[in-house]
Design a binder for this molecule. Structure first.
Ligand code: ADP
Ligand code: MG
Length: 238
């Protein structure tokens, strides 16, 4: 578990800031959703937390530690993407355990840990399969297992469900929330889907043009949108 504090963070790739002076505190064990239209800076914000991009200004703190100059591998964050590229030649077990293998964890310990995570994600029966033999939802669960294996203190989800069909998306929402509750890991979940945000968030942020328009519980934001943008964006069916 970890709390995250972003203090006046900005990011520019040479042009205007794509993340613009964002202040945000995320509580330990919270499930925070970042909602906004395509191009508003959601992925960049996640990548700044993960350390995959460096902030242009401001500070990123995780668990009270300033992370600005800390390598992505040492921030305790695991990222789950929409294009969960699994290694096609490796089994499910191989894919899940890959991160530990790279760290030099011994085979027996690795195997015990893979079994434990597979049980949690109901993948036990699939450990010997190759990714091509899995459904979309199963592949997504393998990607989550792979992210979980290193015991991250923060999960960063970048639109992980947007390639799935509607039915599977609905069940994966429930699955992700169940895991979140079970593990107590701080989670930041990015989506452009209003319904997804409203149903999953403890609190949510509505982003527009690199800025935070509003922060609150789904109910607060739905009942009292702070800006015309929020009212329009929340009011539009997904
Ligand atoms: P979102 O995830 O909300 O769709 P992004 O964070 O991906 O938005 O992108 C926000 C803006 O930053 C976009 O205008 C995008 O083109 C720009 N951007 C993102 N990454 C880079 C990059 N590496 N170099 C230049 N511009 C980028
Ligand atoms: Mg994005």
């Amino acid at each position: 578990m970890a709390d995250i504090r972003l203090s006046s963070i900005s990011k520019s790739f040479g042009g205007p800031a794509v993340v613009n002076n964002v202040d945000l505190e995320i509580g330990s064990g919270e499930f925070l959703v970042i909602l906004g239209p395509s191009g508003c800076g959601k992925s960049t914000l996640l990548r700044l937390i993960a350390g995959l991009e460096e902030v242009t200004s401001g500070t990123v703190e995780i668990d009270g530690r300033v992370m600005n100059r800390v390598d992505p591998g040492r921030r305790g964050c695991a990222m789950v993407f929409q294009n969960y590229a699994l290694y096609p030649h490796m089994s499910v077990a191989g894919n899940i355990g890959y991160g530990l293998r790279v760290e030099g964890v011994k085979r027996a310990e690795r195997s015990a840990r893979v079994t434990e995570i597979a049980r949690l994600l109901e993948l036990e029966a699939l450990l010997d399969r190759k990714p091509a033999q899995l459904s979309g939802g199963q592949r997504q669960r393998v990607a989550m297992a792979r992210a979980m294996i290193r015991n991250p203190s923060v999960f960063l989800f970048d639109e992980p469900l947007s390639n799935l069909d509607a039915k599977l998306r609905a069940s994966m929402r429930i699955e992700i929330k169940r895991l979140h509750r079970q593990l107590g890991t701080t989670s930041v979940f990015v989506t452009h889907d209003q319904l997804e945000a409203m149903t999953m968030a403890d609190r949510m942020v509505v982003m527009n043009g690199g800025r935070i328009e509003q922060l609150g519980t789904p109910q607060e934001i739905y009942r009292r949108p702070a800006t015309a943008f929020v009212a329009g964006f929340i009011g539009t069916p997904a």
